[in-house]
Design a protein around this ligand. Structure first.
Ligand code: AMP
Length: 140
């Protein structure tokens, strides 16, 4: 699928739309999911035009995994859990709604996951900012 540079995450990367950022480096950005499935639900995106995982250039593989590990470690500390669920939906038929590659990281337990719904309800921005502050404080 051709990359649409008007998608929401492309606009966030260009600074045209706001996000609640927890981490950024030259190749990746991590920010709070606006409709979290659990407390602390964070997204990691590459700073490259890629719709799905299969469009990601090899030059960005390592950066994505380093950031997922960094944010995942911080989520474990900030939410006092060793359980971090990670998932990535590639393609509309797999349920992908934003056509810029993103990895979901959720501090969670199997009980929470059984009852939570994907992208179902907008969260209060102040609450999200509070979670982001806890994650930022837990980053190494
Ligand atoms: P997916 O269904 O895997 O494509 O996930 C897209 C995710 O992006 C969902 O979990 C949405 O809640 C989230 N989302 C959509 N718009 C925004 C936004 N402006 N800021 C942060 N997260 C967003």
């Amino acid at each position: 699928m051709a990359y649409d540079n008007q998608n929401i995450f492309a606009k966030i990367l260009r600074g045209e739309l706001p996000c609640i950022k927890v981490y950024e480096d030259d190749l990746t950005l991590a920010f709070m999911d606006i409709m979290p499935q659990t407390d602390g639900h964070t997204l990691v995106i590459p700073k490259v035009e890629a719709v799905t995982l299969f469009d990601l250039p090899a030059s960005h593989y390592e950066a994505c995994f380093i950031t997922m590990k960094k944010v995942g470690n911080a989520l474990q500390k900030a939410f006092s859990t060793e359980g971090i669920m990670m998932f990535q939906l590639s393609g509309e038929s797999a349920g992908q709604t934003v056509p810029h590659l993103h990895f979901h990281l959720l501090p969670t337990s199997i009980q929470t996951l059984r009852t939570s719904k994907h992208a179902a309800q907008m969260a209060d921005q102040t609450v999200l900012q509070g979670f982001a502050d806890r994650i930022i404080a837990a980053l190494d």
